[in-house]
Design a protein around this ligand. Structure first.
Ligand SMILES: Cc1cc2nc3c(=O)[nH]c(=O)nc-3n(C[C@H](O)[C@H](O)[C@H](O)COP(=O)(O)OP(=O)(O)OC[C@H]3O[C@@H](n4cnc5c(N)ncnc54)[C@H](O)[C@@H]3O)c2cc1C
Length: 555
């Protein structure tokens, strides 16, 4: 039984890519290609049931695919759009224990997340870094009050600690936050948390999973769940969104990791299934670096609506967020609401000496939290941020909620449960010490290519071979043509948006610059993917439509 559903140590030649292969430009690469055509072929070629088919290519689904593949189970992941198109590219970019949950007294949740924070920095040092967060104090009680809480936060991290929390004088606060509002400033408290690039981590998780035999397919939407006479799910039907062709697969267990869309997937099995989640939207605004010079972030522990807000240096810009607005239905491309933009701006103005206006917003983006329902009428800020695993009578396993930070732990628990449900022999989880693709301890030496970690030298070689690929595609952002080719060749980017939103972060950093980059990106992609001029024009038009949602108008 085990042999049927477990992959033998996969022969590299049979996987979605090659190690040390020679690519079209004659450059030897040390990376692992994640190639969609190969993935599709393997998905179609598998006749026996997969041990697990995962619906959803966000942090939760990709973590599960990696965990399952690393244990040797045959796993297929299907994502309706691009990997990370959902919430997993739209986070606040924090790898954190969650100071807010500490305030709520949820010590175990905080401890678990702090441990995962440490493991993530250990396994993906090229993408996760320590960041100093300063809580500025304007009232006499704030520094001792938050100082005590943040000491506890530090203590709870135990051996996974990041840095020492301490009280700051007014002068020290100003040294760390040169642009902080000085009126009434008394001092502050500094503590440390992690910061990362969410969609880059996701794509590196995909490469790690693919290297262990996982089959991962973007642009494959699940449209039907198939059941046997007893009503148990035996497989599903998906549509290859590129060709329109159906893909039928069988599975021992189908895992629903569709995030904010998990209820619609559950309704494919049971149209009367009651909603598990309440969707809530969180918006962020991005400004240039001058609004937050220095290397520290600001944490505002209590906004006027009782939330926490952050202003964070990220990829040479300033990221401010977030909000919590209940919404009716999740959409793949949520747009920040006008009142969310105003709220972030007015809160930022209370703390930043250089007050931002609408005209300063370079990009605005929103993500949807799949908050697990605790009962009727609860405010969304109070609903559970912890993850939930639910098994429907049809055997559909749904996992939702949680945080990016805890994706690995969620995956471990989920695969344990799925293996039991599938009557597969236990195999222990091996992701605690597993290095994530790109692992590099000193990737800062690669400058703007630091996020590529161990792949960076291959990108540099590409530029040496073809110097025209080394030019910036826009003067405001560091991205080059080499990164576009790399994304198409090794990271399964299929569209202009994949490149500009999730392989690079251009759209999230500066929407107008991203719009200007769309034509050259379309041209490079078309050459690499073998597409014609009509495809390029359609891609540019589609990207313009999407990017319009990231622009903020007015003053
Ligand atoms: C505003 C905001 C800020 C956040 N900040 C942080 C933070 O700083 N740190 C942190 O740790 N966590 C943060 N989180 C939480 C974290 O981002 C989420 O917990 C995590 O990204 C959820 O991942 P997911 O895979 O469950 O969902 P998603 O990323 O949404 O993935 C679900 C995927 O399922 C796909 N899908 C849906 N239906 C189908 C179908 N029928 N067929 C195929 N695919 C389908 C979707 O296209 C989507 O890509 C934040 C969340 C929000 C909303």
């Amino acid at each position: 039984m085990l042999r049927e559903y477990a992959s033998a140590t996969p022969a590299l030649s049979s996987l979605g890519g090659r190690r040390g292969s020679t690519c079209r430009h004659g450059i030897r690469t040390s990376t692992f290609d994640v190639n969609r055509a190969d993935m599709l072929k393997r998905a179609r070629g598998q006749k026996a049931p997969w041990a697990f088919v995962v619906i959803g290519g966000g942090a939760t689904g990709m973590g599960i695919a990696l965990d399952a593949a690393a244990r040797g189970y045959r796993v297929l992941l299907l994502e309706q759009s691009d990997f990370g198109k959902g919430t997993s590219s739209r986070s606040t970019k924090l790898v954190h224990g969650g100071v807010r949950y500490l305030e709520q007294g949820n010590i175990s949740l905080v401890m678990e997340a702090l441990k995962e924070r440490g493991l993530l920095r250990q396994n993906a040092p090229h993408l996760v870094n320590d960041l100093a967060f300063v809580v500025p104090s304007y009232a006499w009680w704030e520094a001792p009050f938050y100082g005590l809480g943040l000491k506890l936060y530090q203590a709870l991290s135990g051996k996974y600690g990041f840095g020492k929390s301490q009280l700051l004088s007014r002068k020290e606060t100003l040294q760390r936050l040169p642009n902080i509002q000085t009126d009434g400033l008394r001092g502050g408290v500094v503590y440390y948390d992690g910061q990362f690039d969410d969609s880059r981590l996701l794509i590196n998780l995909a490469a790690t999973a693919a290297a262990r035999g996982a089959v991962l397919l973007n642009y494959a939407k699940v449209t039907q769940l198939q059941r046997d006479q007893e009503g148990l799910i035996t497989g599903l039907l998906a549509v290859d969104m590129e060709s329109g062709r159906p893909l039928r697969v069988r599975a021992r267990v189908v895992i629903n990791a569709a995030g904010a869309f998990c209820d619609s997937v559950r309704r494919l099995a049971d149209p009367k299934a009651r909603s598990m989640i309440t969707p809530s939207q969180g918006a962020h605004l991005v400004f240039d670096r001058s609004f937050l010079p220095g290397d520290s972030a600001i944490m505002v522990p209590h906004t006027s609506d009782g939330r926490i807000m952050f202003a964070i240096p990220w990829h040479g810009h300033t990221l401010v967020g977030t909000t919590d607005s209940p919404i009716r239905e999740p959409t793949l491309e949520p747009v920040p609401l006008s009142h969310e933009i105003d709220f972030i701006l007015s809160t930022a103005r209370l703390y930043l000496h250089k007050a931002p206006t609408r005209a300063d917003v370079l990009s605005a983006f929103a993500g949807i939290r799949p908050l697990v329902k605790s009962g009727e009428g609860a405010a969304t800020a109070a609903l559970s941020r912890d993850h939930t695993i639910h098994i429907d009578p049809s055997g559909l396993l749904t996992i939702t909620g949680g945080k990016w930070t805890t994706y690995r732990h969620m995956a471990e628990i989920c695969v344990d449960q799925a293996a039991t449900l599938a009557h597969l022999p236990d195999r222990s989880c091996s992701t605690r010490e597993l290095r994530i693709h790109g692992y590099h301890r000193q990737s800062g030496q690669f400058g703007p290519l630091a996020v590529y970690g161990s792949d960076a030298p291959s990108l540099q070689r590409l530029t040496r071979e073809q110097p025209d690929l080394g030019h910036r595609l826009h003067p405001s952002l560091p991205y080059t043509g080499a990164e576009v080719l790399w994304a198409a060749r090794h990271e399964m980017a299929r569209t202009v948006e994949d490149v500009l939103a999730r392989r690079t972060r251009a759209l999230f950093l500066n929407a107008r610059a991203a719009l200007a980059m769309a034509p050259p990106v379309a041209k490079l992609l078309a050459q690499e993917l073998g597409r014609d001029a009509a495809w390029q024009s359609r891609q540019i038009a589609e990207f313009e439509k999407t990017a319009a949602g990231y622009l903020v108008t007015g003053v």
